[in-house]
Design a protein around this ligand. Structure first.
Ligand SMILES: C[S@@+](CC[C@H](N)C(=O)[O-])C[C@H]1O[C@@H](n2cnc3c(N)ncnc32)[C@H](O)[C@@H]1O
Length: 217
């Protein structure tokens, strides 16, 4: 017998999360995506766990053709509306899929993406993040880039407990993915501090992890 009710399946968890508010995220792109991708030559991009679509819309505004993937139909509906409002809907394709079993690309028929990115692809529901990021590597075209931005620290006021074990640093993630052994060039692998304000006005410095790597030929 279990003492706790079963956790909801990931799609139900995330649809419920997004339904709690009309808009969850700010609508602005993540600062570290902008920092890491602003100078890249636009091509084809894949955004894993794109949420309400602000990052995909920003990429499209820079001239990228983007595929945004998320498990939440509620989030994707908002993302599609954002793209229309921004006038870039012809550049973005939205895909509702569970990344746990979605084939990111077929290396035999697909030339791959010039950028595969994941900003804060974390979940209190089940999420095989390492396996997804391994498959993300295979979806990157020769000389293309993988960009992973993630939490290191969690705010003490978060309604979701900090994961155990702790999330990997950028260097640990690079090692787990065996990037350098496979000929990838590490371009960024570092923690980046961010000051955030809590619900009672308290300020806390939290670290985010940034990993940007370029695939060899
Ligand atoms: C913390 S949010 C980050 C959203 C967005 N990348 C951002 O930075 O604003 C995590 C996102 O991952 C999505 N997600 C979680 N598990 C997923 C899965 N198994 N397959 C696809 N998307 C998933 C959630 O629906 C949610 O939109």
């Amino acid at each position: 017998m279990h003492d706790h009710p079963a956790a909801p399946p990931p799609d139900q968890f995330w649809d419920g999360f997004y339904r709690e508010r009309d808009q969850v995220w700010s609508g602005n792109p993540n600062a570290l995506l902008v920092r890491e991708a602003a100078a890249l030559h636009p091509g084809r991009a894949l955004d894993l766990g794109c949420g309400e679509g602000a990052d995909a819309v920003w990429l499209a505004r820079q001239g990228w053709r983007v595929t945004g993937v998320d498990i939440s139909a509620v989030a994707l509906e908002r993302a599609a509306a954002h793209a229309v409002q921004a006038g870039v809907d012809d550049l973005v394709t939205w895909v509702r899929a569970d990344l746990a079993d979605w084939a990111l690309s077929d290396p035999d028929t697909d030339p791959g993406y010039d950028l595969v990115c994941a900003q804060f692809l974390h979940s209190p529901a089940e999420l095989p993040r390492d396996a997804i990021l391994h498959r993300a590597m295979a979806a990157v075209a020769p000389r293309g880039r993988l960009l992973v931005v993630g939490h290191q620290d969690f705010p003490p006021w978060s309604s979701h407990p900090a994961p155990e074990p702790a999330l990997p640093t950028a260097a640990e993630l690079a090692a787990a993915l065996k990037l350098e052994e496979q000929g990838w060039v590490l371009e960024t692998a570092e923690p980046v501090p961010r000051t955030v304000k809590g619900p009672e006005g308290q300020q806390v410095v939290l670290n985010d992890n940034v990993l940007r790597a370029r695939r060899g030929v």
